[in-house]
Each structure stands twice: as C-alpha cells, then as structure tokens.
Design a protein around this ligand. Structure first.
Ligand code: G6P
Ligand code: MG
Length: 214
C-alpha cells in the first residue's frame, strides 16, 4: 500500500534535539533569556529563524533586535550547533534505523528525509546513510515550514508518489501537524500525549513495526 516513507531527521533518525536545545539555550542566555525543556518542545521541527523569533517572543523581546541582529544571532547559534555535531558518525544513528531502511528497501519502498534543517545533508553524510536515501528535501526550496505541509508534499511530488501512499515519521508536534495537513499517515516518535494528532505513536524509532503499518 505505501510506497514512500518520509522521515524527519532530528529526533527521529538521530539525536540532535539535545544539541539544538543546548545551542539555543546558550544563545538565549547570552541575550538574557532563560528557556527550559518544556518550551523547547515548541521549537522542535521549527526553522532556525522562526525558532529565534519564538524565543524572543517568549521573552517579550521581539522588538529589541533588528533583522540583521536576528540573523547574526541565528548564525551564532548554528555555528555553535555545527561544532556540536562535527564528530557525529554512524554510531550516532538511532538503533533500528539501518534495519528499518533495509526492510523498506526490500519492499521497494522509497525513503526521503523531510527535515526543516539546512544541516540535513551534512548529517546524512556523517551518519553514513547517503546511499539509503532517495531524496532529501531542501527546506530552502519550499515556501512554508512545518506545521505547513510543504516539506512533506515536496518529497511526494519529487519522487512522484501519491499522497495516499506516503507515511511521515515525526517527533515534533509541528511535524505531525504538517504530515496530517499534507493528508498523509502520521507516525509519531515520542510521547503519545504530546503527539496526540498522530495516527500511531511509538516510543522510539526502533519500535516501529512495518507489519502494523502495511
Ligand atoms: C529541525 C529541528 C529544529 C531546527 C530545524 C532547523 O526541524 O527539529 O530544532 O531548528 O531543524 O535546523 P537548522 O539545522 O537548519 O538550524
Ligand atoms: Mg524532529
């Protein structure tokens, strides 16, 4: 039935959510803002510049910076983040991901990465899964980020697969919303209370059972 799986990256195939959080926390601290893990849930799946906007709004500082200053802040966070992921290797791939990819390929199901991250191609290379992936959506090529459906629709369109034959896998609220508004089947990874809009939720990626889904 399904011909394409579109995986989010951060928090689904590798653990970069913590690094994103630490990098934002540090940047926020530098401008006198405290963020915690609960607030961080609202940043998952959200683009770099939009994440910064949300942090500034949260602290009522949205008007304290010019657009140029905001760009500088976002770049500073990214430099810090990039340093944190520099040493990533195949070891950083979540348990079960490689087996899942192999299983999908055996069934002739295509694999795409639908991440809001501009660092996705670098991470895919570091994680050693370049040859498993049929397509990585470039978030710069779509109009709207998650929770809009654009990233997921782009993957389906590029690979020529009908929406009804696509499954999206996400750990973020914004991501599940994006998959659902694309009209696709949504697999959540994480807490079913947080991801209550997903069609099915697994605690971790390794828990995904293709038999449940097909
Ligand atoms: C993913 C992460 C977000 C991150 C976004 C942009 O969606 O979940 O936390 O802000 O990608 O990532 P980037 O690497 O381009 O800053
Ligand atoms: Mg994610």
């Amino acid at each position: 039935k399904y011909k394409l799986f579109i995986f989010d990256m951060d928090g689904v195939i590798t653990e970069t959510s913590e690094q994103h959080y630490q990098a934002w926390k540090q940047l926020a601290n530098e401008i006198g803002i405290e963020i915690d893990r609960k607030f961080n849930e609202k940043l998952k799946g959200v683009s770099r510049i939009e994440s910064l906007e949300r942090i500034l709004e949260y602290a009522n500082k949205a008007n304290d910076f010019t657009e140029d200053e905001k760009l500088e802040l976002a770049t500073r966070k990214n430099e810090n983040y990039k340093e944190m992921i520099l040493k990533f290797t195949e070891e950083n791939l979540f348990e079960g991901v490689k087996d899942l990819f192999d299983e999908l390929k055996k069934r002739n199901i295509k694999i795409a990465i639908g991440s809001a991250s501009k660092n996705a191609p670098t991470l895919v290379r570091l994680l050693g899964i370049e040859n498993d992936i049929d397509y990585i959506v470039n978030p710069a090529e779509v109009k709207r980020g998650k929770p809009a459906p654009d990233i997921f629709l782009k993957a389906a369109e590029h690979l020529g697969v009908d929406i009804s034959e696509c499954i999206g896998v996400e750990d973020a609220e914004a991501g599940i919303e994006a998959i659902k508004s694309a009209g696709m089947f949504a697999v959540g990874i994480g807490d079913s209370k947080v991801l209550n809009k997903a069609d099915i939720v697994y605690g971790e990626t390794k828990d995904i059972k293709l038999e449940d889904l097909m």
